[in-house]
Design a protein around this ligand. Structure first.
Ligand code: ADP
Ligand code: ASP
Ligand code: MG
Length: 405
């Protein structure tokens, strides 16, 4: 019998009517004879409210209690969804992360899944019961609730699909698929019939938050067949697949933008071995991720070093570097939170030249200055002033012929 995992995001279960709508879709799958696991998010906005309440409580921060608080929205929605299904005559029960259990490491707030014990869940699925699972939460080695990072219900769904050997994992959301750009920014964005795991991984990590990055990584590693589709229409969604399954590959599949960027420049750094390690070592120790890096060496043997960190890490990164100024040996630190990273992604880049050049040319024609560039085999990213972000995305979208007619 087909076994599938379906996941409903926050807007798809934002109130009682929407939970009932989602329950109808789950029932339809069960009626077609599938064994169904339904993963639910919190109602849209609830997790943010919980984070806000935690912030208001003050400075003493305990990540274990943070997880207790922010995971509550998924708990109540699992219960509500089980009730909605029972009302429709479907045999269903709710499962919290610890009840399955979904085991994680102890990094509260962004825990990694280490294993899922599926025995009892499978027994009940085989017996015809729909399993409604709270997304976003697991059980840490300390016996306490953990959460899987923002957007983590996607990860719950993919991990369960992998562990249960599900035929498919359908991610129901408020758009009917994955688009060439965020449709909220680019009205002419086109829905993709399919996208490769690699492209989706790049797009997600570069700001296209339609899927959580770690969920795409897991789906790729375990070959989970993922579909992103609308909870509000029957239109077919977008499949995330292996490269050889794509019939007509575009050179560029998507343009992503990430506003969660901040730039730090260290002026007149001594040009000697060990300096970069002296700068990035303390940042790594403080779990601050550094992304793009450029270095300019001037003739007098001094270097300007520019790099980016997440906006939320800017203050702590700057403080750390200022505290170490004497050891590192630089003259001035300049910080700029008003930047955005724009990326062009496509596996076709491997075999086609000129993709980066088209990007630079298009931005030049719009008078947009590029501050930092980074590339990989299937993407080119540039850092520009935040005020030009939307203009740049739209111009690039047109330049790579991605606009709908
Ligand atoms: P959910 O609450 O269902 O998890 P999310 O808000 O996490 O939904 O993800 C859906 C949103 O992702 C869409 O509303 C859309 O604005 C945004 N998004 C960003 N980039 C893309 C893209 N390339 N394709 C589709 N949606 C995108
Ligand atoms: N509710 C959680 C969040 O808002 C998890 C999720 O929706 O995927 O981040
Ligand atoms: Mg999401």
């Amino acid at each position: 019998m087909a076994r599938i995992v379906v996941k409903f995001g926050g807007t798809s279960v934002a109130d009682i009517d929407r939970i009932k709508n989602a329950a109808g879709r789950i029932k339809a799958e069960a009626d077609r004879g599938a064994e169904v696991v339904a993963v639910v998010s919190a109602m849209a906005g609830v997790t943010n409210q919980m984070v806000e309440l935690t912030d208001q409580m003050g400075s003493l921060f305990d990540a274990r209690e943070y997880d207790v608080i922010v995971s509550t929205g998924e708990q109540s929605n699992a219960g509500l969804m089980a009730l909605a299904l029972q009302t429709l005559g479907v045999q269903a029960r709710s499962w919290l992360g610890w009840q399955i259990p979904i085991r994680t490491d102890g990094v509260h707030g962004k825990a990694r899944i280490t294993g899922i014990e599926t025995g009892e869940l499978e027994r009940r699925l085989t017996g015809g019961e729909v399993a409604v699972v709270s997304g976003f939460q697991g059980l840490g080695p300390d016996g306490r609730i953990t959460t899987l990072g923002r957007g983590g219900s996607d990860l719950t769904a993919v991990a369960l699909a992998g562990a249960l050997g599900a035929e498919r994992c359908d991610i129901y959301t408020d758009v009917d698929g994955i688009y060439t750009s965020d449709p909220r920014i680019v009205a002419k964005a086109k829905k993709l019939a399919a996208v490769t795991y690699e492209e989706m991984l790049e797009m997600a990590s570069l700001g296209s938050n339609v899927l959580q990055t770690r969920s795409v990584e897991l789906a790729m590693n375990h070959g989970v067949r993922l579909q992103v589709r609308s909870a509000f229409s029957d239109a077919p969604g977008t499949f995330v697949v292996k490269e050889d399954e794509i019939v007509e590959q575009q050179i560029v599949s998507g343009i992503s933008d990430s506003k969660d960027e901040a730039k730090i420049t260290l002026l007149r750094v001594a040009d000697r071995p060990g300096v970069a390690a002296g700068i990035f070592g303390p940042l790594a120790d403080a779990a601050i991720n550094v992304d793009m890096i450029v270095q300019n060496i001037s003739e007098d043997g001094k270097t300007d070093l520019t790099f980016t960190v997440g906006k939320g890490d800017l203050q702590s990164a700057a403080r750390l570097l200022q505290n170490n100024q004497a050891d590192i040996g630089y003259e001035q630190l300049v910080q700029d939170p008003d930047v955005v990273k724009i990326s062009v992604v496509g596996v076709g880049m491997r075999s086609h030249a000129g993709v980066a050049q088209k990007m630079f040319q298009t931005l030049a024609e719009k008078g947009i200055n590029i501050q930092v560039i980074s590339t990989s085999e299937i993407k080119v990213s540039v850092l520009i002033a935040e005020e030009y972000g939307e203009l740049a995305v739209r111009a690039l979208h047109a330049a790579y012929d991605l606009d709908t007619d």
